[in-house]
Design a binder for this molecule. Structure first.
Ligand code: NDP
Length: 282
């Protein structure tokens, strides 16, 4: 039998979650502050919980998908949580996730935190990645997409979420930098994109090996030394300025490398910059 689910919060995302569960045949209970948003789901077989307590008490897992953590705390504040299993898919930071886990566990709930890395229209397909952290799930929610349990620390889903965004924006910004430079030579974005993609994929392949250096805290220059990279960075800054395109990002990259070199790391390999990332910036 499919895990019974209750969805609390029927905004754009909560509605997509409830719809995916209904489609997959889960017994689905819904609750929303503005009850009218449940109408279409109820017409398609969802059960409308008359109260929050009813939604929490319907067995299986209760999924929260509200605007933010204060809304979650406000809503669950007076409710009986003992014996419930909560999965909070509301976006927030790792501290909020850990605090909410402690708060809910103190009241006898089993609490998992999660992060949705997808738009509502992707929910129910493999492309929808849903990160979970906290105790190992004792329910089945594969109907939502690709579910990944990251570990016991309830803050992990939020941390992986922002780390993934950092990766995404860094790749996109690097691509836009190159696109702006090549446009000055009459090369359009579509012509440059396959080359940029090839570089991104190639560099991504270095990550596991570089991660070993970070974990070992030892950065022998097997491929190139940081000072060699820094000379090429100077070239990137100068070329950007000469072409009249934005040089802020190249200058930031170079400033970080220069600091590491000033600290004596010029002869080591690029991942030694982890030391620049592991403390507050200047
Ligand atoms: P919406 O603005 O569409 O929905 C917000 C929901 O929160 C509504 O159900 C609203 O109820 C409810 N709500 C807000 N405050 C309260 C409160 N104090 N008490 C009770 N209910 C409250 O947002 P989304 O559905 O798009 O997003 C929900 C969560 O999912 C957010 O944390 C968002 O970051 C996350 N998310 C969304 C994505 C997206 O693409 N939409 C992608 C990934 C994550 P009411 O209907 O009564 O106003």
């Amino acid at each position: 039998a499919k895990t019974p689910v209750s969805i609390i919060g029927l905004g754009l995302m909560g509605t997509a979650l409830a719809r995916a569960f209904l489609t997959a045949g889960h017994p689905t209970t819904v609750w929303n502050r503005t009850a009218a948003k449940a109408d279409a789901l109820v017409a398609d077989g969802a059960r409308l919980a008359p109260t929050i307590g009813d939604a929490l008490g319907s067995g299986g897992v209760t999924i929260l998908c509200l605007t933010d953590y204060p809304a979650v705390r406000e809503l669950l504040g007076g409710a009986e949580l003992a014996g419930t299993t909560l999965l909070n898919l509301t976006s927030g930071d790792s501290a909020q996730a850990r605090e909410t886990a402690t708060w809910a566990e103190k009241q006898g709930a089993r609490y998992l935190d999660g992060a949705i890395m997808a738009v509502p229209s992707a929910i129910g397909t493999d492309e929808a990645v849903i990160l979970l952290s906290g105790p190992r799930p004792d329910f089945e929610i594969g109907a939502l997409g690709t579910i990944s349990h990251l570990g016991e620390d309830p803050g992990l889903a939020s941390l992986y979420d922002v780390a993934g965004l950092a990766m995404m924006w860094s790749i996109l910004n690097a691509w836009l930098q190159g696109t702006a430079m090549l446009k000055t030579a009459g090369i359009d974005a579509a012509t440059y994109a396959p080359f940029a993609q090839q570089i991104a994929v190639g560099v991504a392949g270095w990550l596991p090996g570089y991660a070993e250096q970070v974990d070992a805290g030892a950065f022998p220059a097997e491929v190139s030394a940081l000072e060699t990279d820094a000379r090429a960075m100077a070239h990137l800054v100068e070329e950007s300025e000469a072409l009249g395109v934005n040089a802020e990002l190249p200058k930031l990259l170079k400033a970080m490398a220069d600091r590491a070199i000033a600290a004596g790391h010029g002869g080591e390999q690029y991942p030694v910059l982890i030391e620049e990332f592991s403390r507050p910036g200047q």
